[in-house]
Design a protein around this ligand. Structure first.
Ligand SMILES: [Zn+2]
Length: 261
């Protein structure tokens, strides 16, 4: 599942290409919106909020979410797509660009003044330009509101803090020396949230994600996807398991049994 930094870059690329352009066509390949035609309208811009994308077109907003496999591609008219056309869910065409949303997990069309119905449940966006002390305090309070919860689960809950995915949840627990299963009540939450913001911000504008500071292949994470490999700090074998708010939301977790307690 894409992390907030990937979604942020997607929004930025789409916005740079499409903002101010007039739609020649809008092809919604989802039954619910098959009849909608936005051609002739101007795209005002594309923004990300957490891991959600909003494409604003006049008085409507197209909400999309990449979920597990989704991605947006930009093509010049007539050029070959890199993913099968059968997986396209939404195609926005302008004079200069064809924007194709493949395998989008969610598509909604809502009134511009009704964006709250699709993103209103989200906690503070860790990549928002106006992230600051107030957002940080709000996210801390939201996480701490459920003291019994595992910290890893709390970090992934987009209602607490929008934008973090499983890579960051795992890496942040390592960096703060806490086990993913540690209850929120036993975790020093404010520095963890501050670190979450710094860690994702560092990666926001580059395609290679690293939480170690090393961009070389195979060295970009402390624990994520490093099961049975030696901890980069202490040499102990990294352990792996599954954790989630419920059985349907199980995620892979990784930890060093020595560095994290
Ligand atoms: Zn270790």
């Amino acid at each position: 599942m894409p992390e907030g930094d990937t979604v942020y870059r997607t929004a930025r690329h789409l916005d740079a290409a499409l903002a101010g352009q007039t739609l020649l066509g809008s092809d919604f390949r989802v039954p619910r919106y098959a009849e909608i035609d936005l051609s002739g309208r101007t795209i005002d811009g594309v923004v990300s909020i957490g891991k959600h994308l909003l494409t604003r077109v006049g008085d409507v907003s197209i909400h999309s979410h990449l979920k597990m496999e989704g991605s947006w591609h930009l093509y010049r008219p007539g050029s070959r797509w890199k993913r099968p056309a059968s997986t396209a869910r939404l195609i926005l065409t302008t004079d200069d660009w064809v924007a194709v949303g493949f395998d989008l997990g969610t598509i909604d069309v809502v009134g511009r003044d009704d964006e709250g119905s699709v993103v209103g449940h989200l906690g503070p966006d860790v990549l928002a330009p106006d992230w600051g002390a107030a957002s940080e305090a709000q996210a801390v309070a939201l996480v701490q509101a459920a003291p019994e919860r595992e910290i890893h689960v709390a970090l992934l809950d987009q209602r607490n803090l929008a934008g973090l995915g499983n890579v960051y949840a795992n890496e942040l627990c390592f960096l703060r020396g806490v086990l993913p299963t540690r209850p929120v009540a036993e975790v020093d939450v404010p520095p963890l949230i501050a670190l979450a913001h710094r860690a994702i911000l560092v990666n926001r504008d580059r395609t290679e994600r690293s939480t170690t500071g090393d961009l070389r292949s195979g060295r970009q994470s402390w624990v994520y996807r490093r099961e049975n490999q030696p901890c980069r700090r202490c040499g102990t074998r990294i352990r792996a398991g599954k954790l989630g708010a419920d059985e349907l939301k199980l995620r892979d977790v990784y930890w060093c049994p020595r560095c994290q307690t």
